[in-house]
Design a binder for this molecule. Structure first.
Ligand SMILES: Cc1cc2nc3c(=O)[nH]c(=O)nc-3n(C[C@H](O)[C@H](O)[C@H](O)COP(=O)(O)OP(=O)(O)OC[C@H]3O[C@@H](n4cnc5c(N)ncnc54)[C@H](O)[C@@H]3O)c2cc1C
Length: 355
């Protein structure tokens, strides 16, 4: 279900969400797109693979300062996301987190059918792809055969912690997610072995100290090493062999393996939607930021054009021009006039600031 040929859409049972615009990606560009559309009276739904807004800013460098946002001499990356969320609040964007837009099809009437990895479906008159470097995916456990057990006995995120109660768990990783789940599930799982490849941890020192305390008390076990091979029996995962730094193997029994090695962006399904690409970026025109398919726009790090710079402020400019183009696309008969937020009563009403 990845073609965008007109008329090829099959609408599965259940009502899709009908909306003017779906924005794919809640990074800084996608968030500001909500604002620019909102000023023109257009509401949007925003989908992101991550469980939270902010894209690279939130996922890769939340605590780092940014120095090149106009009029903000310095702004923390997470602070920028928080400010954007505050700015778009009047437009009440509908967020759909923790799901990847997996399919995009053009329908016979020119609208688009989108479907996410969780089965949420939308019918939108226009689509903005603000997908950055791609959707953030968990780094996988690099052992042969792991894929076959994914989501059944090997997990890269916890959807329902209760399913691990009373189970034998091996938890991999040295960051906050791994440590948080080790601490949370100790006492609830029937056994926990925590595995990390080196003595240094990225997680909060207090969490590491607590884990070491639990290990000293014999309430869980800590092993330094990396996964070497899966142990299976009759098609079920029964454990994992972990290679210690000295080359010896620790044979660990397990019902479930949980691995938290962080996330990395991957272009993913976007490459299959029939849009013109140039080295993994979507080609757009610089007047409308429209892709090779009318009605599908692309802003931020995901697009390319002569002189493109992958900067947050470029994404903001692109969002403004795309919003005007989308307004025209939605209503070709109506001319969209430039208005200033300073003086436009209608924009001030939309912003909720008029007296
Ligand atoms: C360490 C670091 C420091 C930086 N410092 C600066 C700086 O000082 N100044 C500056 O201007 N820029 C800086 N940048 C670059 C800046 O972060 C990016 O230009 C900016 O994040 C791009 O925004 P975006 O909204 O286009 O994409 P992103 O921030 O990448 O967000 C895209 C979002 O789309 C989601 N997505 C992708 N595909 C799908 C899909 N199919 N379905 C659902 N969701 C999807 C992703 O999960 C992601 O959350 C820095 C980058 C890094 C890594």
């Amino acid at each position: 279900m990845t073609s965008i040929e007109p008329g090829s859409a099959t609408v599965p049972t259940g009502e899709p969400v009908a909306t003017d615009v779906v924005i794919i990606g809640a990074g800084p560009a996608g968030l500001f797109q909500v604002f620019e559309l909102g000023l023109l009276g257009i509401r949007s739904h925003v989908v992101d693979t991550l469980g939270h807004p902010g894209g690279q800013c939130a996922e890769l460098y939340p605590d780092k300062p940014i120095y090149d946002i106009p009029a903000l001499p310095v702004c923390g990356a997470q602070e920028l996301v928080d400010r954007l969320l505050q700015q778009i609040k009047p437009f009440e964007p509908q967020f759909h987190f923790g799901q990847e837009v997996a399919a995009l099809q053009k329908r016979a009437d020119g609208s688009f059918l989108l479907e996410t990895s969780l089965g949420t479906r939308f019918i939108a008159k226009a689509v903005v792809i603000a997908a950055g470097l791609g959707s953030f995916q968990p780094r996988r456990l690099g052992v042969e055969g792991a894929e076959a057990f994914e989501d059944r006995q090997i997990h890269y995120r916890v959807r329902n912690a209760r399913e691990f109660h009373g189970q034998r768990l091996v938890i991999f990783g040295g960051g906050d997610s791994a440590l948080d789940w080790v601490l949370d599930l100790t006492g609830k799982a029937s056994s926990i072995v925590h595995v990390h490849r080196r003595p240094e941890f990225r997680a909060a020192p207090a969490s590491v100290a607590r884990m070491q305390q639990l290990a000293d008390q014999g309430r869980m076990t800590y092993v330094e090493g990396t996964a070497a091979a899966l142990r299976t029996s009759n098609g079920r995962l029964t454990g994992v062999s972990v290679k210690r730094p000295d080359g010896t193997l620790a044979e660990l029994e397990a019902d479930h393996l949980l691995a938290f090695f962080g996330l990395h962006p991957k272009l993913g399904p976007i490459a299959e939607w029939g849009l013109e690409l140039d080295r993994k970026a979507l080609k757009v025109d610089t007047a409308r930021f429209q892709t090779s398919v009318p009605g599908i726009f692309a802003i931020g790090d995901i697009n390319t054009y002569a002189g493109k710079k992958k900067l947050i402020l470029s994404g903001f400019h692109e969002a403004a021009l795309a919003a005007f183009a989308i307004a025209e696309h939605l209503n070709p008969a109506k001319k969209v006039h430039l208005q200033y937020t300073t003086t436009s009563p209608i924009m001030q009403r939309r912003l909720g600031v008029s007296e």
